[in-house]
Design a protein. Sequence first.
Length: 145
Amino acid sequence: MNRIVKRCIGVFVAALVLLLLAPLLACVALVLRLQMGSPVFFRQVRPGYKAVPLILLKFRAMTDARDARGVSLSDELRLTPFGKMLYRLSLDELPQLWNVLKGDMSLVGPRPLHMRYLDRHTPEQARRHEVKPGITGWAQILIGA
């Protein structure tokens, strides 16, 4: 029953926030499109519930800049000024509300790590995959309280 209630709350909150922030999301997408072109979203495969891969959505904050050998530049060099603002205000995370609506994520849960870490988890650490990953975690909620 708790999972059903949590899911209903997540869908309601995600839909409401997406609806209320639609103009802001559209403005962010437009600025990103004008500054960096397409795509506007950064998509990355991350482990979800039961470690099943999901596609995590974020607003793109970095360029694809590479050095002469074709190696990606450091994050600091690829991060745009607008991207810095998105990070500072956590606006880059808002597209993950779509992941909540799809049922891939929850509002609160363990943050999904990169797929490359799956084989490094101890049995205790692997328990994080017994629930859906979240946009935010309990630690962020408790620290903010």
